[in-house]
Design a protein around this ligand. Structure first.
Ligand code: ADP
Length: 445
């Protein structure tokens, strides 16, 4: 009430002053009392007018944008103005803080790797983050207010939304990217729904691969085991001649070897997947390794093929010798197994001008149709199953080769022409390749 006394005093002073002035003028006109009354009334009217003007000024400020400061005033109007201004500023600050909090909240949801979609009680889109927009093929601005089932028509999703209970997520393939989505719906508020989506394409693919892998391994093991069981029964129930007995034992040995090879390859793959990347500072000399690969190929070929080695001497690759030997051995073994007798096999090594290393195994064998090439490195993928098994193949060789070269930072390339031959190329990055100290050694050809 600090304004009350000065205000009453100022108003009374103004009325009194005007009254005195009026009485002076009235005296001059011969009617001092009437002059005092008229003067006092005029003073009161002036005070009221000034009050109305100050009030109107404040109202004008209140009606307009509150960005400007309140009109400078004192007394009652000044105090009202400053209190209103303080209240307005406090409201603006809290609205701004709320907005900031909402923005932070939305950016946090935006950063989520999962899609977040908010639906109203009629399943119309209220808001969605960009991940949900990607998953469902929505436009976050244009599609706001649209019924989601008009835009996402996957039957499993539509049926799920119409259900009352949403405990379990629904998994379906969303059209725009053909991604497999796992979608979880939660009801909240007054019939609104929170829809969380997750891209599980990779997980589904891995699960399918794992299932296929187990099925393939079981199949690969069952065949030789069935054959072995048959032979065991033959041996125990039939009386065989010595020649027959030897033949059965030889066949049994072949099946056992097949299982052993399969288990060795499976173990190699498991080790490749489970161990850290090969070292970058342990240098493997290629001269000896390639000579060994050629000798192994010759042993397998038993003189049926010509195997040549052309290598820049002293080449070295940083990595794991056993893995590299296994990769080259698999390629040379394949070249021997898929090249008819009398064919030629070339093992070549060179350092390219850009410093990368190139190891090629070229054969003049049966070749591979173009359509099979992208799938050759899949586990158990075979172009001709009976030829592969007949020559002791497991269907895992190229899978091992690809793993090894990729672990060494390189890549496997395949070119082939049916009936003419194939060329398998391993390219190693320059950082893992060097021409070692043995550069003066004679070419291993
Ligand atoms: P496999 O044990 O069956 O040889 P791989 O993974 O080593 O398994 O090879 C996969 C398939 O690729 C083989 O079954 C064969 O059909 C084909 N293949 C591999 N190398 C050659 C080659 N040098 N010439 C022709 N076909 C090949």
């Amino acid at each position: 009430m600090t304004w009350l006394l000065p205000r009453v005093a100022a108003a009374a002073g103004a009325v009194l002053g005007a009254g005195v002035l009026g009485s002076v003028v009235g005296q001059w006109l011969g009617a001092p009392t009437a002059g005092a009354v008229v003067g006092g009334a005029l003073g009161a009217a002036l005070v009221a007018l000034a009050d109305a003007w100050r009030g109107e000024r404040l109202m004008r400020w209140l009606r307009g944008a509150s960005a400007a400061s309140q009109p400078a005033d004192s007394g009652l109007w000044g105090e009202i103005g400053s209190r209103v201004e303080r209240a307005l500023r406090a409201r603006d600050t809290s609205v701004e803080q709320e907005r900031l909090r909402l923005r932070q909240f939305l950016s946090a949801i935006e950063a989520s790797p999962n899609g977040v979609l908010l639906l109203d009680a009629d399943d119309r889109i209220d808001w969605c983050n960009s991940t949900a927009a990607d998953h469902f093929g929505l436009d976050p601005v244009r599609d706001r207010g649209q019924r989601v089932t008009n835009l996402v028509r996957a039957p499993a999703f539509v049926a799920h939304l119409q259900r009352r209970s949403f405990e379990q997520p629904v998994v379906f393939v969303a059209p725009p990217e053909r991604a497999t989505l796992s979608v979880l719906v939660r009801a909240y508020g007054d019939g609104q729904k929170l829809v969380l989506s997750q891209d599980v394409t990779e997980r589904e693919r891995t699960d399918a691969m794992r299932r296929d892998f187990v099925a393939n391994v079981s199949h690969e093991m069952r065949t030789p085991l069935t054959v072995l069981a048959g032979f065991v029964e033959t041996l125990s129930t039939l009386s065989l001649t010595e020649v027959e007995r030897r033949r059965v034992l030889t066949l049994m040995e072949q099946q056992t070897t097949r299982m052993q090879t399969l288990l060795t390859d499976l173990l190699t793959l498991a080790q490749l997947e489970g161990s850290p990347r090969p070292p970058t500072d342990r240098w493997v000399a290629l001269d000896g390794l390639l000579v060994q690969a050629r000798a192994d190929g010759e042993a397998l070929s038993a003189g049926r093929h010509r195997i040549a080695l052309t290598a820049q001497p002293g080449g070295e690759i940083a990595g794991n010798a056993t893995e590299l030997m296994s990769a080259v051995g698999n390629l040379v073994g394949n070249a021997v197994r898929y090249t008819p007798d009398g064919g030629r096999i070339d093992i070549r090594w060179r350092v390219r001008p850009d410093g990368s290393g190139e190891l090629k195994v070229v054969d003049t064998g049966i070749g591979i149709d173009k359509e099979h090439i992208p799938r050759l490195t899949e586990r158990f993928y075979r172009v001709d199953g009976s030829r592969s098994r007949g020559t002791g193949g497991t269907g895992l060789g190229l899978s091992i080769v690809k793993h090894v070269v990729q672990r060494h930072g390189g890549a496997l390339g395949v070119t082939s022409e049916p009936g003419k031959g194939s060329c398998f190329t391993l390219v190693f990055p320059a950082a893992r390749v060097r021409q070692g100290v043995a550069a003066t050694a004679a070419p291993a050809a």
